[in-house]
Ligand binder design. Structure first.
Ligand code: PLP
Length: 373
């Protein structure tokens, strides 16, 4: 039995939001399609999983699960401070960095505020802001997939409350170059919070890396850099992300608007160990870089345009409604993410799995033109 909700119970901002376009969990896929998944390439998870040492310490931490975890997350924040060089009082951890994005909007957005991001974009950058009645401007990438520095600078003149975007970009893949980043930071009004989402920072090739945290810190502008243990560290199911802010006052505010015990004891222990196992991380990054270059070349040869990627995924134009393309692959047991944001509804994002998983994906993708891969 279901009861209708009173018409005005749910805020209009919330009623108007689309549902989150999440990947399909493996057991739900099996129930829906009646076959086992061959390759789960829809959520940018790590095919090599977390460090085995992380799993071991999480098992150990489970023994202490009767107690609440440390609300200040002292040990994890110290470990992040050591690995990033930022002071612990400028670091916050959350139940995934998505939790921190929500905490950020709760702490800052008033109805009618202006938020600027880039299109295609990570959905929560837009929807999280819309929940609080913000007006969101989405600026397209340049035709060659470089970041739209001039249009961002033009928007910054009106001092939006927040500029938020990911680099490397999810879903597109490219990483912003140092000069472009410096120009944007320089142009930002001191009243604008720069939220720089580095969920894929570990995957950037050495020749494209630069110290975004250092540039932001030197600028004196309000900022927060977001990172996560869900991607390169392979802990998506544990739900841990972190933010590094310009000032301890920002962290104190976010501590009030995040979920107080959002990072559980097992997740915190696993994240600390994952940071320490740099040999495992190196294996993950090598595999991802080699596979994404190979898969992008194979897709291009089959006639599918690809955006350049500095991540563990490739964004490509399927040349047809991407939902239908992805549905065809699902029937072969292969999960990818069909993009639903205009004007990219013919584009899809495929996460790099193991070489065998990626081969299964490539074998299932029809050749549409060009030379044989
Ligand atoms: C995956 C992702 C996140 C969030 O990851 P969590 O699992 O919530 O830590 C944040 N931003 C971008 C751009 C992502 O792709």
């Amino acid at each position: 039995m279901t009861h209708p909700l009173p018409d005005d119970l749910i805020r209009k901002d919330v009623r108007d939001l689309p549902e989150y376009n999440a990947g399909l969990a493996l057991d739900r896929f099996r129930d829906a399609y009646g076959i086992d998944c061959v390759a789960k390439l829809d959520s940018n998870e790590s095919p090599l999983g977390p460090s085995p040492r992380a799993i071991e310490v999480m098992r150990e931490a489970a023994k202490g699960v009767a107690r609440y975890p440390d609300a200040a997350n002292t040990a994890l924040r110290s470990a992040i401070a050591r690995s990033t060089g930022a002071e612990a009082d400028r670091i916050i951890v959350g139940n995934g960095s998505e939790d921190l994005i929500g905490a950020l909007f709760r702490a800052t957005i008033r109805a009618g505020d202006h938020v600027v991001t880039i299109c295609p974009s990570f959905g929560l950058h837009e929807f999280g802001a819309l929940t609080f009645g913000a007006r969101v401007t989405k600026l397209p990438f340049e035709a060659d997939w470089s970041f739209p520095v001039e249009t961002i600078k033009a928007e910054l003149r009106s001092a939006p409350r927040i500029l938020i975007f990911s680099s490397p970009s999810n879903p597109a893949g490219p990483a912003i170059c140092e000069n472009a980043f410096r120009a944007i930071v320089e142009a930002a009004d001191p009243a604008t919070l720069i939220c720089f989402d580095e969920a894929y920072v570990e995957f950037i090739d050495p020749q494209h890396r630069f110290d975004a945290l250092g540039i932001l810190a030197a600028s004196g502008k309000p900022h927060i850099v977001l990172r996560t243990f869900s991607k390169a560290y392979g802990l998506a199911g544990a739900r841990v992300g972190y933010g590094i802010a310009s000032a301890p006052a920002m962290i104190r505010a976010l501590m009030k608007t995040r979920n107080p015990f959002g990072v559980n004891a097992m997740a915190a222990a696993g994240a600390i160990e994952a940071l320490a196992d740099t040999a495992h991380l190196d294996r993950v990054l090598q595999c991802a870089a080699a596979e994404r270059d190979r898969v992008a070349a194979a897709l291009t040869a089959k006639g599918y345009p690809c955006a350049p990627s500095q991540t563990n995924f490739v964004f490509f134009d399927t040349g047809q409604p991407a939902n239908e393309f992805a549905e065809g692959l699902r029937r072969a047991g292969i999960l990818i993410k069909a993009w639903q944001e205009a004007p990219f509804q013919t584009w899809a994002r495929v996460t790099m799995g193991t070489a065998a998983e990626n081969d299964a994906f490539l074998a299932a993708v029809p050749q549409i033109s060009g030379k044989v891969a």
